[in-house]
Design a protein around this ligand. Structure first.
Ligand SMILES: *[C@@H]1O[C@H](CO)[C@@H](O)[C@H](O)[C@H]1NC(C)=O
Ligand SMILES: [Cu+2]
Length: 248
């Protein structure tokens, strides 16, 4: 009975809100900073100031041409708080949860806040560069990035490139859910932007990725069928959208 209801719901493109998640915290340089908790932080008095930019809920962004793709729904409003991270060290993203029905890649980008993050949204031009991604690897169990994240206790760890210049950055961590990606506009993006101050580092200033801009509604990484990707499909391969990880 439960199974048949689930099948009908998937066939109808119904989304399971219970499968969604948000960024509960980020840990860097040994400090854990809470993320923006969309269902409790707005109701606190005073409203807390988080290192993450405000999001309205845990639902997806589906209009990849909209400015919501940059830092989620919530207006991409600068926050007064920053997390501090030494270039070349790790950042751990802890989600509150991630459901197994929402499989897809996990990607992390950065953009240097030209003029400081207080005046920077990253939603025009091409200020972003990708620092980490995991798409689908049939030699791994689980094979999808998001399923690996879930299996790791809803967490994901990336390394901040050692050679980037010190300064203020947006650190944008994202899951892409592909469960209803077989129709245009079905792919579900869950981006989160954290304001960080990078210390140490070198002289590199990478950029070149536009968000919005680089994601296209009909590219194979975004308009696709989740059921294609199983070990018995020996010709299956998946490359996440957004271009390669920055080589530096
Ligand atoms: C195998 O995966 C590819 C995508 O990489 C897809 O185009 C193809 O239709 C899939 N084949 C089967 C039998 O599912
Ligand atoms: Cu969903």
């Amino acid at each position: 009975m439960r199974l048949s209801i689930a099948f009908v719901a998937v066939a109808a493109g119904v989304d399971f809100v219970a499968a969604h998640g948000y960024l509960a915290s980020v840990t860097m340089n040994g400090v854990t900073y809470p993320g923006w908790a969309p269902f409790s932080d707005p109701y606190q008095n005073p409203v807390p100031v988080r290192v993450e930019r405000v999001i309205t809920d845990n639902g997806p962004v589906t209009d990849i041409a909209s400015k919501d793709i940059t830092c989620n729904k919530g207006g991409n409003i600068p926050t007064a708080a920053f997390a501090t991270v030494t270039a070349g060290t790790q950042v751990k993203f802890q989600w509150d949860q991630w459901g197994s029905s929402h499989s897809g890649p996990v990607m992390t980008y950065m953009a240097k806040c030209t003029g400081g993050c207080a005046n920077f949204k990253g939603d025009s031009g091409s200020p972003w560069f990708k620092i980490d991604q995991f798409g689908w690897d049939p030699k791994q169990t689980p094979a999808w990035g998001s399923d690996r994240l879930a299996a790791q206790g809803a967490s994901w760890t990336v390394t901040i490139p050692k050679s980037i210049s010190a300064g203020e950055y947006l650190l944008r961590h994202e899951i892409l859910g592909l469960h209803v990606a077989s129709t245009v506009g079905g792919a579900q993006f869950y981006p989160h932007c954290v304001q960080v101050k990078v210390t140490g580092g070198g002289s590199a200033n990478p950029s070149g990725v536009a968000l919005p801009g680089i994601y296209k509604p009909t590219e194979p990484a975004i308009l696709t069928q989740l059921w294609w990707f199983n070990p018995s499909n020996t010709s299956a391969s998946y490359t996440p959208p957004g271009g390669p990880v920055w080589s530096g």
